[in-house]
Write a new protein. Sequence first.
Length: 173
Amino acid sequence: MITKEALERVRGWFAGRLPEDWRAAPADITVDREEITVRLTIPDVDLPADTAEAEADEARAGRAKAFREETREQRMKIAQEAQHRYERKVSWGVSVGGREELWTHVSAPVMTRLRQPQRLVLDTLVEAGVARSRSEALAWCVRLVGQHEDEWLGELREAMGHVADVRRKGPAA
């Protein structure tokens, strides 16, 4: 797990490095062992109030695509600097009017051992067409838990951060 201080350092670096005109709000930065994900909030599309939802969503998709293309060179330069500094891949995403897009993010393999009851859950998801493989079914389950237990996971991460702080203040080995 990344320490609170390390996360603060990464967030601080990006806050100082990102161009001001890229964001309508502070960047949302997530860090794990393999990757730094930078989600930028850009201004929403200016549309009439009576614009259909599908039209507005497509306009936002277009805005996100344009932002991605127009900033590619500068984002890649910033990513290279961060990757060198923090030894992690950097992924980018954008939020525009509630629409979220994530580009070129890391898909890290994870090894796990499951007993038959857990394998049967995955196999049921595959047989039902919810997932194409056990791997995809497991990823689906993890996403579902993340969606429904977000508050609890946040509290758990915060508690783990406190434990890491106490360990760091303890006696040297």
